[in-house]
Design a protein around this ligand. Sequence first.
Ligand SMILES: NC(=O)c1ccc[n+]([C@@H]2O[C@H](COP(=O)([O-])OP(=O)(O)OC[C@H]3O[C@@H](n4cnc5c(N)ncnc54)[C@H](O)[C@@H]3O)[C@@H](O)[C@H]2O)c1
Ligand SMILES: [Zn+2]
Length: 356
Amino acid sequence: MPTISVNLKDKNYDIRIGSGVLNQVAEGLATLGFSQKAVLVTNPLVKRLYGDKLKESLKAAGFDCQMMVVPDGESYKSLDQAGKLYEQLGDFQAERQTPILALGGGVIGDLAGFVASTYMRGMPLVQIPTTVLSQVDSSVGGKVAVNHGRLKNNVGTFYQPRLVMTDSATLATLPKEEIRNGMAEVIKYGAIRDPELFEMVENNPSPAAELWEEIITRCVAIKAEIVQQDEKDTGIRNILNFGHTVGHAIEIVSNYKVKHGQGVGIGMVAGAIISEQGGFCSTREVDRLRTAIQKAGLPVRIPHLDINKIIQAMQHDKKKAGGQVRFILLKGIGEAFIYDEIEMELISGLLQEMND
Ligand SMILES: NC(=O)c1ccc[n+]([C@@H]2O[C@H](COP(=O)([O-])OP(=O)(O)OC[C@H]3O[C@@H](n4cnc5c(N)ncnc54)[C@H](O)[C@@H]3O)[C@@H](O)[C@H]2O)c1
Ligand SMILES: [Zn+2]
């Protein structure tokens, strides 16, 4: 089974990928030398699908395993829920060497990761992602956060996991809509760094079970390589935001009716068109990207939103980033670069044209 290593200055960790990896979690923990206690954070749905069985296997391996169940949904990625987990960790008498296992999608990974990074100034974190998005993206790279007030991911830290166990077989139970959401990120990795991966998703817009292992491995290899160069996201790591500046603004202005993957799909089309207008990539490449996004079941046009509000949301993001709207553009399929000097009028005109 493929293993990708992430090598950072003072910490290294492995990402194990494949069908059946869930059965190897106990062994993975044992090799890291943790205490006999383990905490499993999940939600009711994932508990029923995978959590109960995982807990049994940990108990069989001699772990004193405590399950902590958080309700399902983005709104539970909160300080309030983090507080409840801190209390349960106290009741369980968790120790500094008690690993916290985050079993679920990005919501559970971000929340349990945030709790692991703060409780007792840091507990070992093991990510066990079960959605496409979390397997190809959020479980790797160490960004953990909760939402506070009306803002998303605004309270968080950089905190790398000690191990990532990615079981591609868990995707068999994932709803189609969530698969499509995650496919936007897969297409993104292909577009910014891996022409062969791009071709794979062009030909397999809804991948068969046996393809996932390779798809995830390719995505994670790219993310690991980029995070190794720029852990704290001050430079090259920005290219992972291809399609995200416009996409994120569309999500906000639609009041999150447009899902993350959908916003990113539209944002990637916008990014490709701007790249073409700047002479960096060809019309054919824009068409290939647009077609791949469409075939994956994602939108390529804006569903009748107020473009001025989208621009405002982008400018708000820009203030956070220190004054520049960073755009990620393509030099063809498979190569991305950061471009800071794009005029807002140009974007605004393009988004008008892309609006239904
Ligand atoms: N930390 C990062 O770098 C990073 C990057 C991207 C996104 N994120 C965060 O990730 C979150 C989104 O994650 P997500 O898309 O995984 O959503 P999610 O965690 O909400 O999961 C989506 C749904 O799928 C269900 N589910 C999970 N695994 C399943 C399975 N195997 N079978 C059936 N159902 C399953 C969940 O219960 C949930 O209802 C957001 O909060 C976002 O901010 C973080
Ligand atoms: Zn994303």
